[in-house]
Design a protein around this ligand. Structure first.
Ligand code: NAP
Length: 502
């Protein structure tokens, strides 16, 4: 059923309109007007979140699990309308949006199950030792408690799974933290419908309406006001290195600094070891082309670099990858800004000395064609610009002289979300040499696969050393991500009646 957006912010259960408006820029279909967020809306939402905090933090795990499940139901009830407006706003195919909705509701339900089990509280108990010499020991109990109101910045490239009801919101609500979400201006109508779903679920569960607010649009001033508001105690963000770093610096410079959990992006190198290249180079090249162009390459786990040893097998790999990428037609990108950034990034690669274009990335308007470039390891190691993420379907083949130079490349990498090894049995010795290097570079290491497609599970780590993320030791996907919004509190000699309900 077609949804005509009301265009309001959702602040503590109320629709709030204001005169300042912005117009959405859909890839197709009608544009709509939305209220433009201001620092005054931030203050209103943050105060409501703080007012809701104590009662929400004191809810039982079952109550919060019920909320998460109800949100999933409310999203599904709006499923067709979400898919329709989501496809218009982002240009993503309907099938992708339906799948992403399943991932989003699945994530909410996974968190519901996770908190019902209670292990995440990491409860510890050191009984009192009154007779211990030379000093008695008091009774000590520790458990994880919610950190306070959390700000969430929705991502452009996952309008559902990393946006208004995405992983950050699910984790924060599961932990017991109210959420103030900033909708991404690329898909405000999708965000509005999902915000309506959360608002309805909060009301249906009889919780304080301040548990959730959504502020639409807004210039950088609004995002800055959100992360610097004194009542906001942590931030979840997915987006660009530039935007993320600016907000991270604001969080660190506050009179009371707060944690900023930014998932910022990565070039996700793949090391294709010699035996695997010789035995399966063609299949790996075809698989790479598929992974690189999925969703117009707009994934933070897009594998942008293929590192291999120069020679005839590398030539065959490059030829197969070029042919496979030539078959892929132009795809519409998420926004004009992202399409323009893809053009600029491609131009930097194409214009760099020593880089050969195997397939020139061509794009017009909001469309992008894949690009494939080839460079020697010596040239790549000398030019830092070639190690930067180009957000889109662009691949770079790096030809190393030998295994030692492959390792030099690994050592020179910045922090990554993922690193991939393509290897056969006879490659194990070389891979053993790379492992200690790569383990320090990435949040997730994988073998004989492609990093796009991030499983939402207990063991998943979606994060990595800076600049892949600012999530030092944390993940933004999977159940472990709840830990970002909890802090340990030790209760010394407190009577049971005063301990938290969990
Ligand atoms: P973005 O420019 O980082 O914006 C993300 C969010 O942060 C938006 O809501 C934006 O709000 C806000 N923001 C950005 N800079 C800000 C600042 N200095 N102060 C306050 N708020 C700020 O990312 P995007 O729009 O999603 O995409 C742009 C580029 O990000 C892409 O070309 C790509 O390179 C990268 N990207 C990476 C990933 C990833 O997963 N790593 C995902 C998506 C995009 P306003 O724009 O409304 O001010």
């Amino acid at each position: 059923m077609t949804h005509i957006p009301h265009g309001a912010h959702l602040i503590a259960g109320a629709r709030v309109q204001n005169d300042a408006r912005f117009t959405s820029t859909p890839a197709n279909g009608p544009a709509h007007e939305f209220s433009e967020g201001t620092p005054a809306h931030v203050a209103q939402a943050a105060e409501a979140a703080e007012a809701a905090f104590e009662s929400y933090a004191a809810t039982s795990r079952d109550q919060r699990a019920d909320l998460l499940e109800r949100i999933a139901e409310e999203i599904d009830a709006r499923g067709d309308a979400i898919t329709e407006i989501g496809a218009q706003e982002t240009g993503l195919p309907e099938a992708r949006l339906t799948g992403e909705r399943g991932r989003t509701t699945g994530q909410l339900r996974l968190f519901a199950d996770h908190i019902r089990k209670g292990d995440y509280l990491d409860q510890r108990h050191d009984p009192a030792l009154p007779d211990r010499q030379p000093m008695p020991r008091p009774e000590l109990r520790m458990m994880q408690r919610p950190i306070g109101p959390v700000a969430v910045f929705g991502a452009s490239n996952f309008p559902l799974a990393f946006s208004v009801a995405g992983g950050d919101t699910a984790a924060a609500l599961a932990a017991g933290c109210p959420v103030v979400a900033k909708g991404h201006p690329g898909h405000p109508g999708t965000g509005e419908l999902v915000g309506d779903a959360i608002t309805a679920a909060v009301a249906a569960c009889g919780l304080d309406a301040g548990v959730f607010s959504l502020i639409q649009g807004g210039a950088h001033e609004m995002g800055g006001a959100l992360v610097t508001h004194p009542l906001i105690k942590a931030v979840g963000f997915t987006g660009s290195l530039r935007g993320g770093r600016a907000l991270f610096d604001l969080c660190a410079a506050r009179p009371e600094p707060i944690p900023f959990f930014g998932e910022l992006g990565s070039v996700n190198p793949m090391f294709i070891l010699p035996q695997a290249l010789a035995a399966r180079g063609e299949a790996i090249a075809k698989g790479w082309a598929g992974s690189l162009t999925m969703g117009a390459g707009q994934f933070c786990t897009n594998p942008g670099l293929a590192i291999l040893i120069d020679g005839p097998d590398a030539d065959a790999f490059a030829a197969t990858a070029t042919a496979a990428l030539q078959e892929v037609s132009a795809q519409v990108m998420l926004s004009d800004g992202i399409a323009s950034a893809y053009r600029k990034g491609s131009d930097v690669v194409a214009g760099s000395a020593g880089v050969t274009a195997l397939l020139a990335a061509e794009s017009a308007g909001r469309n992008a064609n894949p690009g494939l470039y080839d460079v020697s390891a010596d040239t790549w190691l000398d030019n830092h610009a070639l190690a930067e993420e180009v957000f889109g379907p662009l691949g770079l083949i790096i030809r190393a002289r030998d295994a030692a130079q492959m390792e030099t490349i690994a050592r020179s990498l910045q922090g990554q979300l993922t690193c991939t090894l393509h290897l056969d049995d006879d490659d194990i010795a070389q891979a053993k040499g790379l492992m200690p290097v790569l383990e320090r570079k990435a949040g997730r290491l994988l073998a004989n696969g492609f990093p796009t497609g991030v499983e939402v599970a207990d063991s998943m780590v979606h994060g990595g050393p800076y600049p892949a993320s600012t999530n030092f030791g944390a993940t933004s996907v999977g159940t472990l991500s709840i830990r970002r919004f909890l802090r340990p509190v030790c209760y010394q000699n407190l009577p049971e009646a005063l301990l938290p309900r969990a």
